[in-house]
Design a binder for this molecule. Structure first.
Ligand SMILES: Cc1cc2nc3c(=O)[nH]c(=O)nc-3n(C[C@H](O)[C@H](O)[C@H](O)COP(=O)(O)OP(=O)(O)OC[C@H]3O[C@@H](n4cnc5c(N)ncnc54)[C@H](O)[C@@H]3O)c2cc1C
Length: 538
């Protein structure tokens, strides 16, 4: 005998659990199936303003106060101090050169800081995923989701009326008949494998490998580099990016002193770092620290809290994201690279979109029709391409800091414009949920990632050539001009010296770019400063 439910969701990362909870809140009968159990380690920790906006909209629409309270560092600390997190004030970048130590002042010149929030209270966070995902799965269960862990799925059959999932739980066979199935298994790709959805990895330009762990005892940048000039926020309380010849390193500091860190490395770098193809993560880590003295000073005495993990070819991309009776959440559909921290925001945007689709479907067929699923799939595919082009451009630009700092302005102009528009023109949120991620659908922003990648490749010739000074100046001038109609943050202004605070005065001055009057922007400033009162939750 099959058990029955309306919606089966496979995978209980935050995306699967939140999706399950939203659907249960709307009135669906949902089963959430997890291969492992919580709490458990997960990678993908650095949140962004767009992610937090999605959390806030989900909170308001579905009466989920915890989502609202987890959307800023200040509220999180006040309401959920037991869930570990890190303060993230912005995006910090340094360019390191082999053998150069802190006394070499090049690091100070090749430094880019972009504030994402005006103060700690409204700042973003790094999520300690073991705690956060556990929280969301508990809340899903409390909302009526039937959560089952330790499930080993072996089979999925889809027909016109629904899907049958088969597997084993704790040695006992399981058969579940659902009207619709959502795959939230990330790169595990459970459903994709059972449905034999073809790979479309050839659409993805980026290729990288990662080596990572959690550490304690990581030094602060200020402890290693004397007289680091003040930036718009303390450098370390951010998503810190160390750009190196081989790729880049992320470093995310949690409030309790643990740091999540990893190198993302290009295939070219791996071909010299591990020419025989056999990778010893510890030896790889040590070799990279030895090459870059400042990174060695930061991490040399740090202790990994779990064995270093090495993963080759972290990119994945499928040819389909949805079909009759099934769909994939973003991380099950595609992943590019940790650069620019796109994963959490993109996943939460999808939870919003799907909540809206199921709300519409509820009164009728109960599941979204093929046309609605196509809309979801088409947008996801365009966004996956856009993330990839931006990241691929960034890897080209890593050849020279000037190129990188200029290319990054396209990302920052896109996300800050979207964030401020979403904050100042709230509405019922549906419009923002369906707006394209990273400029998709915006006639000014959408073409820029592709054009930037092409221009960069003309300079680097795909061999990390740094080009001439004129090449770099020409590219930088092009970026400044290209973003001008969306540039509400003063990005690319040489007078800023690569240090970008949140500049409310400039924002007010540039109100027309947002299609708003000066008075409308001024009226919205309390919301931007996080001073708006908490919505009423039932
Ligand atoms: C190295 C690295 C760094 C990253 N850094 C960032 C970052 O800083 N910021 C950011 O926004 N994004 C980042 N990402 C992306 C981020 O990890 C994802 O966007 C995010 O984890 C997506 O969440 P999810 O819930 O969809 O999937 P996941 O977190 O992958 O969760 C999937 C869940 O499904 C379960 N599962 C898997 N297979 C099965 C199965 N067969 N049956 C049942 N359950 C199954 C897993 O156990 C897990 O609980 C990073 C990714 C990588 C690889």
């Amino acid at each position: 005998m099959s058990e029955r439910c309306e919606i089966a969701i496979i995978g209980s990362g935050f995306a699967g659990s939140l999706m399950a909870r939203v659907l249960a809140t709307i009135g669906y009968d949902v089963v959430l199936l997890e291969r492992g159990t919580h709490p458990r380690f997960a990678i993908g920790e650095s949140s962004t303003p767009l992610a937090n906006l999605s959390l806030e909209r989900l909170a308001v629409r579905y009466n989920l106060p915890d989502c609202y309270r987890l959307a800023t560092h200040g509220r999180w600390l006040e309401h959920y101090p037991e869930l570990r997190r890190g303060l993230k004030r912005g995006f910090t970048f340094y360019r390191h050169h082999p053998g150069e130590s802190a006394v070499d002042r090049r690091l100070v010149e090749e430094r880019l800081l972009v504030a994402a929030s005006p103060n700690d209270a409204v700042a973003d966070t790094h999520w300690l995923r073991a705690d956060v995902d556990h929280h969301f799965v508990r809340e899903a269960a409390a909302s009526g989701v039937d959560y089952r862990d330790h499930v080993d799925l072996t089979d999925a059959d889809i027909d016109d009326a629904g899907v049958t999932l088969r597997g084993v739980r704790n040695g006992v066979p399981l058969e579940l008949r659902a009207e619709f199935v959502i795959d939230a298994t990330g790169p595990g790709g459970s459903l994709a494998r059972r449905l034999a959805i073809p790979s479309a990895i050839e659409r993805t330009e980026t290729r990288s490998a990662v080596v990572f762990s959690h550490f304690d005892g990581v030094q602060l940048m200020r402890e290693v580099v004397a007289d680091l000039p003040d930036g718009p926020y303390p450098d370390d309380w951010a998503a810190v990016h160390h750009l190196i010849d081989e790729g880049w390193m992320y470093s995310l500091r949690f409030d309790h002193g643990v740091t999540s860190a990893g190198f993302a490395l290009t295939p070219l770098a791996m071909s010299t770092l591990a020419p025989a193809g056999e990778v010893q993560p510890e030896a790889l880590w040590r070799a990279l620290l030895d090459r870059y003295p400042v990174i060695r000073a930061l991490f040399g005495d740090a202790r990994p809290l779990m064995p270093l993990v090495y993963r080759d070819g972290i990119q994945h991309r499928l040819a389909r994201a949805a079909g009759r009776r099934w769909l994939l959440m973003p991380h099950a559909f595609a992943f590019v690279d940790p650069l620019f921290s796109t994963g959490i925001a993109w996943s939460l945007r999808a939870v919003e979109r799907l909540g809206l689709l199921f709300e519409q479907a509820k009164a009728g067929a109960r599941v979204p029709d093929v046309g609605q699923l196509e809309r979801y799939e088409t947008l996801l595919a365009a966004e996956a391409d856009q993330i990839d082009r931006l990241v691929a451009g960034a890897y080209e630009a890593m050849a020279h800091f000037d190129l990188f700092a200029a290319h990054a302005m396209i990302y920052f102009a896109s996300v800050s414009y979207a964030e401020v528009r979403q904050r100042l023109t709230a509405g019922d949120g549906a419009h923002h949920a369906w707006s394209g991620f990273l400029g998709i659908g915006d006639p000014v922003l959408e073409p820029l990632a592709r054009e930037s990648l092409e221009r960069l490749r003309r300079i680097t010739r795909r061999a990390l050539n740094t080009g001439t000074r004129d090449d770099r100046r020409g590219y930088t001038a092009w970026v400044r001009e290209a973003i001008v109609r969306r540039n509400i943050g003063g990005f690319g202004d040489p007078a800023r010296n690569n240090l970008y605070p949140v500049d409310m005065d400039l924002l007010v001055d540039r109100h027309a770019l947002l299609g708003l009057t000066r008075e409308q922007v001024v009226a919205g400033l309390p919301a931007l400063r996080g001073m708006a009162p908490e919505p009423a939750f039932g």
